[in-house]
Design a protein around this ligand. Structure first.
Ligand SMILES: *Cc1c(COP(=O)(O)O)cnc(C)c1O
Length: 350
């Protein structure tokens, strides 16, 4: 039997994470939140950045409130921060969820009267309450807030979520009014409405706690945040093999690139299974040593071929960095900045 306790060598692909930029982004969003304090959405492994890296940085920056989506995500975060400051957005769907969240000592976000009753029946304790003010996704409608199950809850954060915060939509003011109505009706310790883009809507939207996610990780949901937010994530991969191809040779699946002249190409350990999607076939660009190296042909599952003509000094084992500036990459790929982050795969060293 091999000794599987030995650590595997580091992967030939890694996410370079600018921890100072991550901390700086939280601090900028906290300042922009005025008298409110900024928390952090760290669901989906901190938007693909890696919660094990991101959460300690956010904590060091001053963040205290952390939001995950699934009960199954709460354990990892609760081991890194005060569990009483972790909120689980999906709430207790089943009795076993309620029991699990109580065991961890984290807060469920109660989304329905059934969840409120389930939480109380499980023993209750501090929780958050989501009010649906117009996104029609999760949360109690304002009309149900008078129910006795709501009155029995010990509510820390009373929250709602904006549907169109990054747009000048009439829905924003409507949701604001309904959220204020809910806050007046239900006793709670802290009110919360704004996600990243909501912070830019101004103080009326801030309450006591804001909940940025995307902008922490370098996403820019609206122009007014562009000056405050720095990029955080850069996918990087090592060159595994270099070859010289002749005029007429093709590269990759389906031979979608054909060389017009002899050229030096490199194969890197980054593919669509890592979230470097096939939309970058023939359009993506890698950088290294100040040079730009276009992607040639199709992106494969585990590798991508790049043109090394501009970088004759690069060879096997050298690292290159994918151009992945989120707002630009979203325009180029037709994907949202949220997707571009959360699809970054598990094989990256972080
Ligand atoms: C994901 C999420 C956030 C963060 O939103 P961003 O647009 O990424 O800033 C805030 N609140 C809730 C309820 C969420 O689900």
């Amino acid at each position: 039997m091999p000794d599987t306790s030995l650590a595997a060598p580091p992967a030939a692909l890694r996410l370079a994470i600018d921890c100072a930029a991550l901390r700086g982004n939280w601090q900028a969003l906290d300042r922009l939140s005025g008298v409110a304090r900024a928390g952090a959405a760290v669901k989906a492994d901190a938007y693909g950045v890696g919660a094990a890296v991101a959460v300690p940085e956010l904590l060091a920056a001053g963040c205290r409130d952390f939001f995950v989506a699934h009960p199954g995500e709460a354990g990892e975060i609760a081991a890194l921060v005060d569990p009483a400051c972790v909120s689980v957005l999906h709430g207790p769907l089943r009795d076993e969820d309620a029991a699990w969240l109580r065991t961890l000592g984290v807060k469920p976000v109660i989304n329905s009267l059934a969840q409120a009753r389930r939480w109380i029946a499980a023993g209750g304790g501090r929780c958050d309450l989501m009010v649906d003010t117009g996104i029609n996704r999760l949360g109690l409608p304002v009309a149900e807030l008078g129910d006795e199950a709501v009155r029995a809850l010990k509510i820390d954060v009373l929250l709602s979520h904006l549907a169109s915060a990054e747009e000048a939509s009439p829905l924003n003011a409507l949701q604001l009014a309904r959220w204020q109505e809910a806050c007046a009706q239900v006793p709670h310790a802290r009110a919360s409405l704004a996600n990243s883009a909501g912070i830019a809507l101004g103080p009326d939207y801030h309450g006591a706690l804001t909940r940025p996610g995307l902008a922490l990780y370098g996403g820019i949901p609206c122009e007014s945040l562009a000056g405050a937010i720095r990029p955080v994530v850069q996918p990087q991969a090592a060159i595994m093999q270099v070859r010289t191809i002749a005029a007429g040779d093709s590269v990759g699946y389906n031979a979608t690139f054909t060389a017009r002249h002899a050229m030096r190409v490199g194969t890197i350990a980054l593919g669509y299974a890592d979230g470097y999607l096939r939309c970058w076939s023939g359009t993506g660009v890698m950088e290294g040593g100040g040079r730009q190296m276009p992607v040639l042909g199709r992106v494969s599952m585990d590798m991508t071929v790049i043109d090394l003509t501009a970088a004759p000094e690069l060879g096997e084992g050298d690292w290159v960095t994918a151009q992945y500036h989120l707002p630009d990459a979203a325009v180029a790929s037709g994907l949202s900045q949220y997707e571009l982050l959360t699809l970054l795969g598990r094989r990256f060293g972080r």
